[in-house]
Design a binder for this molecule. Sequence first.
Ligand SMILES: [Zn+2]
Ligand SMILES: [Zn+2]
Length: 299
Amino acid sequence: MPSSSSSAGEKTAKNAAPPLPEPLRVPVADSHTHLDMQAGTVEEGLAKAASVGVTTVVQVGCDVRGSRWAAETAALYDAVHATVALHPNEAPRIVHGDPDGWSRQGARQPGGAQALDEALAEIERLAALPQVKGVGETGLDHFRTGPEGKEAQESSFRAHIEIAKRHGKALVIHDRDAHADVLRVLKEEGAPERTVFHCYSGDAEMAEICARAGYFMSFAGNVTFKNAQNLRDAVAVAPLELLLVETDAPFLTPAPYRGRPNAPYLIPVTVRAMAAVRGIDEDALATALASNTARAFGY
Ligand SMILES: [Zn+2]
Ligand SMILES: [Zn+2]
């Protein structure tokens, strides 16, 4: 029944997984993903990604439970490396409690500074594991956390920087509407040897500051969005050897699939957009991205 099935088909297509892009000829890594928030099994996600040349993923933890899962998953699969942390919006919730918390565990009792210390101790224990290659995502988020959570957020960020340095791991930064403060705290604490700005959201001017400091800049699917010229300007000026690519899946699905579920297999769409911005060959960019990600995370 072509007429009825076509209208039903359109409805499904809106939320349906985007089609497989043409495979990359040079394999790359998704430098930041959340497999635990995506549909399907880990095996399915990894197989689908590998089928288009995305052969490695960095699985990022956002709370204690998610960080344990990231470490366990990285121990099971060679293609997965883990990072562990309390997300910048998670730290204030541990201290003050928040019924709309990130953790999806429902209402939570405020735990005070001691609860934050206990959670950080568990992050530190996980950070020492060999399959855990980074500490993050940590940083500052002035968009979702209000002034009441600022202090807990910043002290948690500082603690994560120390953990990364103590264990010689990469630091993965989440910076939302907080560029100047993130750069300030990094300067005050002294950044670890390898620091990655995940879902880079600054402009070309900030990219030059990051380049001078040797910070990696990881670009997500939003680099393809019409209103994101600042991100394309940053891609254009960032040194090739500091560029990474990520999905941050299930979020930030690249155009033309915006709004549909994101997953590591869509990395080629973003790689091609970045190659077009820089006016370089896709294979050359993929070669750089692959070696940059390995260098950033030390695998
Ligand atoms: Zn983030
Ligand atoms: Zn993330």
